[in-house]
Design a binder for this molecule. Structure first.
Ligand SMILES: [Zn+2]
Length: 271
């Protein structure tokens, strides 16, 4: 008698899972980015999404009803980040905790500037922690999915932190394939982080990226996937470094944007 290995069995079970047609309809309606992907990308993303929904532990904040459609919308956006990455880059993601809306943290926290500590109530849309749940606010997830070209996306942000944490440090540098890529990454990210910190003109990213290098990478990831054409034009080195890591070219999903004012996409991008 031969026994199937646990890994083989898991692969077979995942292959047997169906990506429900209703999920496809939901993603088409609620996440316009979905329609920008190629058929091959969508097919891979479906496989990653169904595995993510099935394998992760999902929790809802007290009194909140988490539906399967919500799980799929969160999972699909998270898995877009790892569409071209090898292995199991979300192995550090165990639980996703979904709150209905903004959470307000209380208690002392570091403000990230000069060792100052604040005890002011602190509203957040999400949080990623070592060894803890990845938290997102559902209203922000839903809004960001519907308005995918604003440069803000709480799912991309929190799951970028989880990729950053893969090497055990939340320092704005995820595991990179070789030393040359790491050197280039550190050079570009240090320069751009310092420019944002100093408030120099011409910065594309929002100020929150200046909090620390970890937040810079998470915010840069948001822009990379949701304002890729702008990032490629205004921050080509940053775009290239992120493309080296994510192995994607999201700006290429917008072949018409360069046609400027009369392009229908430019109206969408500004909304
Ligand atoms: Zn963050």
């Amino acid at each position: 008698m031969r026994f199937e290995s646990r890994r083989k069995r898991r692969q077979r079970e995942l292959a047997d899972l169906v990506f429900e047609p209703s999920w496809r309809i939901m993603l088409t309606a609620r996440w316009p980015h979905w329609q920008r992907l190629s058929d091959a990308e969508r097919s891979r993303l479906e496989d990653l999404t169904k595995a993510f929904v099935a394998e992760k532990r999902w929790e809802a904040a007290h009194g909140f009803e988490l539906t399967e459609a919500m799980q799929v919308l969160i999972a699909a956006q998270a898995c877009l980040l790892v569409l071209e990455l090898d292995g199991d880059p979300f192995r550090g993601v165990t639980t996703i905790l979904v709150h209905p809306t903004t959470l307000v943290l209380v208690g002392q926290r570091s403000t990230g500037t000069g060792g100052l500590v604040s005890s002011d109530p602190y509203p957040i849309l999400g949080q990623a922690q070592f060894g803890g749940p990845t938290i997102v606010a559902w209203d922000a997830v839903s809004y960001d999915a519907r308005h995918p070209w604003r440069g803000q996306n709480v799912v991309y942000h929190e799951f970028a932190h989880k990729l950053d944490m893969l090497d055990g440090l939340l320092d704005g540098t995820p595991p990179l394939v070789d030393d040359a890529m790491r050197r280039r990454w550190v050079e570009v990210f240090t320069r751009e982080f310092n420019a944002l910190r100093r408030g120099l003109p011409g910065n594309l990213l929002r100020d929150y990226g200046a909090e620390n290098p970890g937040e810079f990478f998470a915010v840069a990831t948001e822009y990379y996937f949701s304002k890729p054409v702008e990032m490629r034009a205004q921050k080509p080195d940053l775009y290239a470094a992120l493309s080296g890591f994510y192995r994607q070219d999201p700006a290429a999903r917008f072949p018409t944007v360069a046609l400027a004012a009369e392009d229908p996409m430019s109206g969408t991008a500004a909304s």
